[in-house]
Design a protein around this ligand. Structure first.
Ligand code: NAD
Ligand SMILES: O=C(O)C1=N[C@H](C(=O)O)CCC1
Length: 269
């Protein structure tokens, strides 16, 4: 047991943090060695098992990210862009694998993550599920097969608490569609239509976001032509799919060369 890779979970009280803790506890390939939350969080100092409403586990939630990450072989991080950038530096110093599920990054965050990946293994994906990563590959293929007579729209739906849009998954799908077409997403992306927008641009890749209730995550990639339409769809009904993918990435990353990887690398897709 003691030689299994030790995993630290950042954002331990979050929707994904709790799912990740259960996933690691149930695994026979890894062990939980730390649960980190932001300073001032009411769970700091509490036993993680009891804080989640279960039995005592003998592991207290902490805000000591430096001391906790120093004990980790992998850090799984579904938090916020700012927290993840700070964690990337600490994880690189500890030479641990950093699995990043956080979304909503700007170019300034991505630049810092890239710098950290010079010293450590980072696996980052806006969606860690097998199904979505397969959908990414299908999207690339369909986009490559169809010309701009087919309008590409990415429609996503998530729960009411989600703070970023378009979702990380929608951006992955849009990126794959753009690559399939051989264009830069930044040059064809159409977001946030409202009012008199004018006609859709030929070759545009459009994004729409729905927010409501407890929707775990739904994504459609629509290829709309004249007289026919192809819709590629993924529906997530359980956050366990993301947590399983993240743990798989943490184990896959052990003993790899430093660099920034994604779930296509992990899954061999
Ligand atoms: N890649 C994927 O497969 C995938 C799947 C689900 C969610 N996500 C993303 O993961 C992120 C978190 O989602 P969520 O629904 O769990 O959100 P959440 O708000 O429930 O959880 C985030 C947690 O991070 C904690 N946190 C914030 N700053 C911190 C810090 N400095 N140190 C430690 N903890 C800190 C918060 O207190 C909170 O508990 C979002 O960006 C979301 O889009 C990605
Ligand atoms: O619940 C979330 O937040 C999710 N975020 C990811 C995204 O932005 O695509 C993955 C799906 C769930």
């Amino acid at each position: 047991m003691a030689d299994l890779p030790g995993i630290v979970i950042m954002g331990a009280s979050g929707r994904m943090g709790q799912m990740l803790i259960h996933t690691v506890l149930q695994s026979d390939k890894a062990r939980l060695v730390g649960c980190v939350e932001r300073s001032g969080h009411p769970w700091i100092g509490r036993d993680i098992g009891e804080a989640m409403g279960g039995p005592h586990l003998g592991l207290a939630v902490t805000d000591d990210a430096i001391g906790t990450i120093a004990q980790a072989r992998a850090v799984i991080d579904f938090t916020t862009p700012e927290a993840t950038v700070a964690t990337a530096t600490l994880t690189a110093q500890a030479r641990a694998v950093h699995v990043i599920g956080t979304t909503g990054f700007g170019p300034e965050h991505l630049h810092k993550i890239k710098a950290a990946a010079r010293h450590a293994v980072i696996v980052r994906a806006g969606n860690m599920s097998l199904g979505v990563n397969l959908l990414v590959q299908l999207t690339r293929k369909v986009a490559a097969a169809l010309d701009a007579d087919f309008d590409i729209e990415v429609v996503e739906a998530h729960h009411r608490h989600k703070v970023d849009a378009p979702s990380g998954t929608a951006l992955m799908l849009g990126q794959a569609a753009a690559e399939g077409r051989g264009v830069a997403l930044s040059e064809v992306s159409e977001r946030g239509r409202d009012g008199i927008t004018g006609e859709r641009g030929r070759g545009a890749i459009g994004f729409s976001a729905i927010r409501g209730g407890d929707i775990v995550g739904e994504h459609d990639v629509i290829f709309a032509g004249m007289g026919e339409r192809i819709v590629l769809r993924h529906v997530a009904t359980d956050r366990a799919i993301f947590a399983r993918g993240a743990l798989r990435a943490a184990l896959w990353g052990q003993d790899r060369k430093p660099g920034e990887y994604d779930m296509l690398d992990v899954l061999g897709l």
